[in-house]
Design a protein around this ligand. Structure first.
Ligand code: GLU
Length: 339
C-alpha cells in the first residue's frame, strides 16, 4: 500500500526549541528533529520534512507567510503540515487560508509545552496533524475545510481559531463555532464544516496571492475613556507614520468613546479604517444605537464594518486587501460578507 505523501514545513516556535547551556529554550530543532521524535509517523505517511526557518512566531513577517504560501502551492504532495510557534498561529493560519489555493489538507500545528518538559505536547500534536492530513473525510473535504489548525486533538477553522490563553495546554479554541472535528483513539470524528462563503469571496477579490509589498496596518484597541492621542497623531501625521490602514478594536456591537468619535471619523476619511469587536469576534450591530459614537454614526462616517472577525484576523485581512491593491469600497465589500 502506498502511503500518502505528507510534507512537513517547520518554522520554529516552542515545538522546535531545545535548551542552551544556561537552560534557556532556543529555537534549535529543525523539521528532521521533530519527525525523529515521533517514530509512528513513518507508519502513517511517506514523510518529507523541510526546515523553513527557526524563528519564533512572534517575529514572523507577512512576507515570510506569503513565501510559505507560495511554497505550499508548489509542492507535489498529498498533504502539508506546518509547524510554528503558537503566539501568532491564529493570524498566520488565517493568512495562509486567504492565500493558499489547494485541494489537499493544509494543517498548522504547534506546541504549548516545550520538549524539555516532562509532558511536551509537540510530538502528540504533530502526530495528530499528520493523522488529520491522512484522514479520508478531511481529504474529501479539503477545499471545504480550508486551512485548519490542529491542537490538543481538536481541529479548528483558520478563520475562527483563537489563542485564548498564554501558557496552558488547552490554549486554542474557536469560541464562535467550536471545533470542526476531534481526534479520538486513531479516528477523526467530524463535527461540522465551516461556512466558507466570506473567505471564498475575499479570496476571489484578492485574486490569488497578492504580489505587492508590505502594507502596515495599525491595531488600536480602545479602552475605557481612551483620550485618542494616537488617533490624533495618525490623523495629523499619517504620512510620517507609515501605516496604510487601521483596525479599531471597538466596544460592544461597534462603539467608541464619544470623545474620540470624531477623530475616528476623520481617520476613516484619510485611510481605510476597520471597526472590529474587541470582545474577540462575533457580528457587530449595524442599526440599533443612535448618537455620535454609535454604530449608525460610525458607519455613516465611513468606517469599514469588520463583521464577525476578531481584531487580529481583521488586521490580517485588511493588510492582505491593501497588498492586493484594493480600494476602500472593495475592502468594505470584502468585510461586509463576514457579517
Ligand atoms: N513565542 C514563541 C513562538 O510563538 C514560542 C511560543 C510558542 O510556540 O508557544 O514561536
Amino acid at each position: 500500500m502506498t502511503l500518502p505523501r505528507i510534507h512537513i514545513l517547520a518554522l520554529g516556535g516552542t515545538i522546535a526549541t531545545a535548551p542552551d547551556a544556561s537552560g534557556a529554550m532556543q529555537m534549535g530543532l529543525g523539521a528532521d528533529d521533530l519527525v525523529a521524535a515521533v517514530p509512528l509517523l513513518a507508519r502513517l505517511a511517506d514523510i518529507r520534512a523541510e526546515t523553513v526557518s527557526r524563528v519564533g512566531s512572534h517575529s514572523l513577517s507577512f512576507d515570510q507567510i506569503h513565501a510559505l504560501a507560495q511554497k505550499i502551492m508548489s509542492l507535489d504532495v498529498d498533504g502539508v503540515v506546518v509547524t510554528q510557534g503558537t503566539d501568532t498561529l491564529e493570524e498566520t493560519s488565517f493568512l495562509l487560508d486567504l492565500l493558499v489555493e489547494r485541494d489537499i489538507p493544509v494543517i498548522v500545528t504547534a506546541a504549548m509545552r516545550n520538549p524539555a518538559l516532562t509532558s511536551p505536547d509537540g510530538p502528540g500534536n504533530l502526530l495528530a496533524a499528520v493523522r488529520v492530513a491522512c484522514d479520508g473525510w478531511v481529504k474529501v473535504h479539503a477545499k471545504a475545510l480550508g486551512v485548519v489548525v490542529v491542537m490538543l486533538d481538536e481541529i479548528y477553522a483558520a478563520s475562527d481559531v483563537l489563542k485564548i490563553h498564554p501558557t496552558r495546554l488547552n490554549a486554542f479554541a474557536s469560541p464562535q463555532t467550536g471545533p470542526l472535528a476531534v481526534l479520538v483513539e486513531e479516528r477523526v470524528v467530524p463535527l461540522s464544516l465551516p461556512v466558507r462563503a466570506p473567505v471564498e469571496a475575499a479570496r476571489k477579490r484578492l485574486g490569488g496571492a497578492p504580489e505587492g509589498r508590505e502594507q502596515p496596518v495599525a491595531l488600536l484597541w480602545l479602552g475605557l475613556d481612551e483620550p485618542g492621542y494616537i488617533l490624533e497623531a495618525m490623523v495629523d501625521h499619517r504620512d510620517q507614520l507609515g501605516y496604510r490602514g487601521v483596525v479599531v478594536g471597538a466596544m460592544g456591537g461597534g462603539h467608541v468613546p464619544e470623545r474620540v468619535a470624531s477623530l475616528v471619523g476623520q481617520l476613516a476619511e484619510i485611510i481605510p479604517t476597520v471597526v472590529s469587536p474587541r470582545a474577540g469576534g462575533g457580528p457587530l450591530l449595524r442599526q440599533t444605537y443612535g448618537g455620535p459614537s454609535s454604530e449608525i454614526a460610525l458607519r455613516k462616517a465611513g468606517l469599514i464594518w469588520g463583521g464577525r472577525l476578531n481584531p487580529l484576523k481583521a488586521r490580517v485581512l485588511l493588510q492582505t486587501c491593501l497588498r492586493a491593491g484594493l480600494d476602500r469600497s472593495a475592502i468594505a465589500e470584502v468585510f461586509d460578507v463576514f457579517g
